[in-house]
Design a protein around this ligand. Sequence first.
Ligand SMILES: [Zn+2]
Length: 322
Amino acid sequence: MENDDDLLLLQNFIYGKFHTWDEICVFLKSLAKEYPQWVNIEAIGTTFEQRSIFMVTISSSFDNADKPSIFIEAGMHAREWLAPAVVMYSIGQLVTNSLYWKLIEETRWYFVPVANPDGYAYSHTTDRLWRKTRSPTLFPYCFGIDCNRNFDSHWSEAGSSKNPCSAVYHGPEPFSEPETSAIKEIVTRNASHIKLFLSVHSYGQAIVYPWSHDTNNSDDLEDLEKIVKEVVKSMESINGNLYRYGNAYKLTNCLAGGTSFDWAKEKAGIKYSYTIELPPDNTRSLGFLAERNEILPAAKEFFDGLQTFQKCIHKEFLQNGN
Ligand SMILES: [Zn+2]
């Protein structure tokens, strides 16, 4: 029976493994088929190589248009395999573990687990350290743009490049790429009820908040920081891993224009907007090459942080009554 096969696949999905893009798609479709009352999967765009950019929406049947929501995108940088892996774990827990069903009653969750499918696939087949998309550029031998420099927030400014061969090429114009314009569309359309925007990367073991495009703090830095303090405290209790946090520029000493989380705050008006850099910490060189046995510890830590984010956001939503 078809349903039994789906269930078998769900039960056998190994979270502690780096999956190919195809495997992730099969899993997500099975999840939506097995839990149609809670899980919806939709293609929010199509990449240059004709892959669908999938978004997974998870919410209980007690849904309404204004339900406070959390938006999470991962895998904009192809080589950062840990990011989709930990997000897949969170999706699995929210849907299949009854301990967490309260979280999907209180909050609608939007996940784009592989925000750069072409790059992700290419990093599996050809170049493990590939970062960008796979769109053609003006230069015949240089492919791809950096999604996290292509958003319309101080686009083409510091920390990005106009050279198509650069790893931080910002593209010919803001939102030139299907990967970034898909996220723009969905976030803009739902901005009134998205209370938290989270961009998941690896590595560096840190949580940063705007701004990344210049050296200033956001006006509401204290509010952003208050939640992060709670989040890192809970994450650190899982494996003892310490997470740094702070204003993006001040913590990393690097400027970056055109990032998704700056855009979400500046242009989409989502107050609580963050980038999380997963383990390892920045003392390891080539931390992109996380080992398979690092997935589950990082995934548990991340999911714990996500629960704390949700708790803080939910509390604030109740207090403000909006
Ligand atoms: Zn990254």
